[in-house]
Design a protein. Structure first.
Ligand code: SF4
Ligand code: SF4
Length: 236
């Protein structure tokens, strides 16, 4: 199966960035169920860029327009993952589209697997101090989805971390949750980067106060990252 053709097809479905991860880079990550990756060799990681104008409305907590945008972008990602999976299956290979935003374990805020970990392995972006995947084109202003497959797609290389000495997200986080620790590749656990419970507590408090919020992130670390808001054309 031609990797470039599949990527172009994904872009035609509305995704902004698409890369392929070699699943050997992700063996051992937590998945639900634990054998989720068995029988698969690649993951297609796809990102849709969020609207800069919408992200700029976030000022301390999510806004109604951000909540709506978040949900519409998730729907677009799920649709694109479904169509990419169908195209892979029609070429004779196995494909499993994973939902963009479905929490299976609410206490730990865990899904089937971390789309962010897949995106980092695929070279969509690096793992920022905020734990968000930071792309060179859109910063963390992206939402992600994953398709697992056994198609022999050419894998992409991960990117080097470019957070450097930046402390913008650490300073802006209303919960004081970001530890300002850098990583070359991937944090050993989310607790290495975040006081995770502080982030979860803050996000839940915000959600309880604002009925329109359906997101699991307050959005402040997305807005303040200096890699966001610098759009480049022909990003895919
Ligand atoms: S989502 Fe909000 S509380 Fe959580 S790390 Fe980002 S800025 Fe901090
Ligand atoms: S705000 Fe700075 S430190 Fe935080 S993720 Fe973005 S580049 Fe990295």
């Amino acid at each position: 199966m031609d990797t470039q053709q599949l990527k172009s097809f994904a872009v035609d479905q509305g995704v902004t960035l698409v890369r392929v991860a070699d699943l050997d880079r992700l063996r051992g990550i937590e998945t639900n169920p634990p054998d989720l990756l068995d029988g698969f060799t690649r993951a297609v990681s796809m990102a849709v860029a969020l609207s800069d104008a919408v992200i700029e409305t976030i000022d301390g907590w999510p806004t109604p327009i951000y909540a709506s945008h978040y949900s519409r972008v998730n729907a677009l990602l799920d649709e694109a993952a479904l169509k990419v999976s169908r195209a892979i299956e029609e070429a004779g290979f196995k494909a499993m589209p994973l939902p963009a935003s479905q929490v299976l374990d609410t206490a730990r805020n865990m899904s089937f697997l971390s789309h962010k970990a897949v995106a980092v392995a695929a070279g969509i972006g690096w793992q920022g101090k905020s734990l968000l995947t930071v792309s060179p084109q859109f910063g963390p202003r992206i939402r992600l989805v994953t398709v697992l497959t056994d198609a022999p797609l050419a894998p992409d290389e991960p990117l080097k971390n470019r957070c450097g000495s930046c402390t913008k997200c650490t300073e802006a986080c209303p919960a004081g949750a970001i530890r300002n620790v850098n990583t070359e590749t991937h944090y050993s656990s989310r607790h290495e980067a975040l006081h995770f419970e502080r982030c979860v507590h803050h996000v839940r408090e915000v959600c309880a106060k604002m009925e329109h919020i359906g997101s699991s992130i307050c959005g402040v670390c997305i807005r303040v990252c200096p890699w966001g808001g610098k759009r480049k054309k022909n990003a895919a």
